[in-house]
Design a protein around this ligand. Sequence first.
Ligand code: NAD
Length: 286
Amino acid sequence: MKSIEELLGYQNKTVVITGAASGMAKAATELLLSLGAKVYVVDRNETDLPVFQFISGDLSKKVTIDEVVEQLPAKIDALFMCHGVGIGKGKEKFIQMVNFVGQRYMVEQLLPRLVDAGSVTFISSTGGYGWEHNMQHVGEVLACSTFEASEKWVDEHLDLFTDGQSPDPYQFSKQCVSAYVKEKTRAPEFIGRKIRINAIAPSFTSTALIKEFNLAASNDGTEAGGEKVMYDLFLKSWNGRAGLPEEMGYPLVFIGSDLFSYLSGQVLYIDYGMTGELDYRAASAK
Ligand SMILES: NC(=O)c1ccc[n+]([C@@H]2O[C@H](COP(=O)([O-])OP(=O)(O)OC[C@H]3O[C@@H](n4cnc5c(N)ncnc54)[C@H](O)[C@@H]3O)[C@@H](O)[C@H]2O)c1
């Protein structure tokens, strides 16, 4: 029987991971390094981990993504798309560009370099839950075939993100990520070379990003006020706790590994049952 390290199969594999200067992707990178992977990190902030190469860049911009892609290796075994920004007034467009539009563009630029039977794994969010009920707008973004067309769509629909009816800008960006995973599962450019595409969808997790959510949720403008609102919303009903970065980052590494070689098209909710309960309630209400 092979060891768990051999089953995961990262020894000497080339891995590209975005957003790994902190949080979940940093935890994932620590595990990847311990498993012997040759890791390239892309982030707008520098990493303090001993990775093979760090590439700096703001991945909201096409020109920067092109520059980053040029510096990445010709052969990639596993690609992890993890960078993301939280909610914030005035950032409606930026959120779409970072969390989905730029990510899709970067994946499609790198796809020819993915080895056959390689993997692409995103970090979506429980915020993207229910994407299938918003297919009118999500479908329109997915149908945009270029970075420019997607950006134009966002520019023309900014009112959607502030109308108080539609999903908020963060939720919308993550709905697009989750829907993209499903859309591409059997697309020829993926299935044709047996490239797997999946995502994890974390809930409330203790990382730098959560500060942005706390401030956005706050009734009194303080982070502590927001923390209370978030606790009441997500944790109080089950006397729970926020997730830890490694509770998201480690499963991410597993999903992108050889151990999960038959898994594709899945958005794995890592939320201590939050969406499980929502699924059950929705089914019971029918
Ligand atoms: N923390 C949560 O509660 C939570 C819940 C669900 C999903 N997520 C998602 O998890 C992923 C990881 O976030 P995290 O919670 O570890 O937060 P984090 O802030 O610790 O990590 C995000 C990383 O992305 C990088 N980044 C952000 N914008 C960038 C840009 N334009 N260009 C390049 N790099 C950029 C940051 O520098 C940072 O290193 C994100 O996609 C986030 O949306 C987080």
